[in-house]
Design a protein around this ligand. Structure first.
Ligand code: IPM
Ligand code: MG
Length: 361
């Protein structure tokens, strides 16, 4: 097969780990007789430096013209002082909305070799952690109106006030809810919908729509959970979860927690999809400015994101399995980057981790 991949190399340490994922993709192409061609796209800090904005139209157009996008991480201290609407993160949000990627899938699965790296007690980890967070990605408070204004305080002095609007339509809830149910159908058939229906109207509507959908999926064991309780349950007994579905900001917060309990956010991959198979695949972690240029970052989250791209966008399950097995094999060999290092293992850098995974392929 021939596939066009848009490549966003990202900022700070990001080009280091994206390079390893590209080597892995090239090896897969060679081994399975595919042709992957890459179009370089500037987004985030790199685009601000070059064009003065985080996602120029022409760069978004390249992504839309591709079969999928492989993204590293954008942003870092260099752009801390740029105006809010020009920050690198705006590029990422613009990419998600511009490509209509409403569904973000973030798996949380403990690799047995890394069980010790989990901050949770071994008695909890031993019960098994294997769930996914399905996060709504193009609505809610991220995309509602944001404004800061000057108002008059009770004492007559002026002060600033800020507003962020959380807005959801039934249609937006239903389409992400359906992804939750469909994902559960392909897994252990358990779906937990996370909201704050004891306080928020958006959550009450969310729950109503989810209950309507639940009737269409009688095979799925469905439950509702309040987000604060969910944050607690994820560290108390994550084995209870199979699929979680939730709105944008709750999903942002819970998915960081979910990725850390399995050892390291350096292993956490993700996919973002809309109605088509053209998606964005990226690690959940950031651009690691503190260790940029030192060949220390863990490339595995990005390599596993590339595997997700093959599986979900290119229908290449065997190829994706091969990558995941290669990662598993290097972990079996005891190779570890600094973030997942433990006693008795061999510390390697980013490139050496890429070399080892290539060797297994
Ligand atoms: C994520 C990130 C982004 C988000 C930031 C960088 C805007 O935290 O992908 O989880 O909040 O969605
Ligand atoms: Mg986040």
């Amino acid at each position: 097969m021939e596939k066009k991949i848009a490549l966003i190399r990202g900022d700070y340490a990001s080009p280091e780990f994206v390079a390893q994922a590209v080597r892995v993709l090239d090896r897969i192409a060679e081994k399975y007789g595919h042709t992957f061609t890459y179009t370089e796209v500037d987004m985030g800090g790199a685009a601000i430096d070059k064009y003065g904005e985080p996602l120029p139209e022409a760069e978004l157009a390249k992504c839309l013209a591709s079969d999928s996008v492989l993204l590293g991480s954008v942003g870092g201290p260099k752009w801390d002082d740029v105006a809010a609407d020009k920050r690198p993160e705006r590029g990422l949000l613009g990419l998600r909305s511009g490509m209509k990627l409403f569904s973000n899938n973030r798996p949380s699965k403990v690799w047995p070799q890394l069980a010790e790296a989990s901050p949770l007690k071994s008695s909890i980890v031993e019960k098994g952690i294997d769930f996914v967070v399905i996060r709504e990605l193009t609505g809610g408070i991220y995309f509602g109106e944001h404004k800061t204004e000057t108002v008059t305080a009770a004492d007559g002095a002026s002060e600033q006030a800020a507003t962020d609007v959380m807005y959801y339509t039934e249609h937006e809830i239903e389409r992400i809810g359906r992804v939750g149910f469909e994902t559960a159908m392909k897994r252990r058939k358990k779906l937990c919908s996370v909201d704050k229906a004891n306080v928020l109207d958006t959550s009450k509507l969310w729950r109503k729509v989810m209950h309507r959908l639940a009737e269409e999926y009688p095979e799925v064991e469905y439950s509702d959970m309040l987000v604060d309780n969910c944050a607690m349950q994820i560290c108390k007994d994550p084995s209870q979860f199979d699929v979680l579905v939730t709105e944008n900001m709750f999903g942002d917060i819970l998915s960081d927690e979910a990725s850390e309990i399995v050892g390291s956010i350096g292993m956490a991959c993700s996919s973002s999809l809309g109605e088509t198979t053209c998606g964005v695949y990226e690690p959940i972690h950031g651009s690691a400015p503190d260790i940029a240029g030192e060949d220390k970052v863990n490339p595995i989250a990005t390599i596993l994101s590339a595997a997700m791209m093959l599986r979900y966008s290119f229908d290449m399950a065997a190829e994706a399995d091969a990558i995941e097995q290669a990662v598993n094999a290097v972990l079996d060999d005891g190779l570890r980057t600094a973030d997942i290092m433990s006693e008795g293992c061999t510390l390697v850098g980013c490139k050496a981790m890429g070399d080892a995974i290539l060797a297994k392929l």
